[in-house]
Design a protein around this ligand. Sequence first.
Ligand code: PAF
Length: 283
Amino acid sequence: MTTVYTVKQLELILDAARQKHQAIGLVPTMGALHAGHASLVSRSVKENDITVVSVFVNPTQFNDKTDLANYPRTLEADCQLLESLGADIVFAPTVEEVYPEPDTRSFSFPPIDTVMEGERRPGHFNGVCQIVSKLFYMVKPLRAYFGEKDFQQIAVVRAMVKSLGINVEICPCPIVREESGLALSSRNTLLTEDEKNTAVNISRTLKESVDFSQNHSVNETHDMVVNQLNAIDGLEVEYFQIVDGITLQPVATWKDTNYVVGCITVYCGSRPVRLIDNMKYRG
Ligand code: PAF
């Protein structure tokens, strides 16, 4: 495994790979890697000749400076994990390397990026599109792997790829959960043990709500989830929306579409830590 820090080094290695017609897989990450990332990397290693993992905490997608400052950075441990998974290249550039000049491009894909995370984190998806498009231009991957925990992010990246005409296959990978059901997230390291035990209720309630949804309306299912979670000390739902899995627009009935997903964001603990999760109801 080679760790490279500059675009020049990266391009040199990848140009040689492309000349040999090797398939390149990209796993974009912000580091602080866990088993969720590992599942993306393992899949890429299986499906491609070369796997590039980018480790870059992208400042342009943070709308909160404290969140950016607190974001865990663990490059050494990340590299050890990536080596054990069979990744070929780790791309760990500095902010100056990625943004030698401020990125003034602006991306907007309404209504996909104006709901849920887009509504609550102004500029977030613009920053995601800036970095992911740059990575696509630098790496020119055949396939790119994204975790379904960030469900809306995948829809936005798909819209961006279509709009820019970038030829890359977007490969969504299922959420990896702890045995308790808690969705793996780099932010989980910010939770105390007690808070983690409280956070388990998020996935537990979502799971219960799938059964509940069999004989209750969309509204009733929505309210059941929000009320049950808000009744727990240390949890506060920011939003819960039951949406069409493609358009991300809210559904009114289970029959509106055949792919229905519930997307949730919950504040947990005293810091508090913002956790996201989602659950498929239909499709
Ligand atoms: O999902 C993430 O970790 C980030 O949004 C991504 C895709 C690596 C872009 O910085």
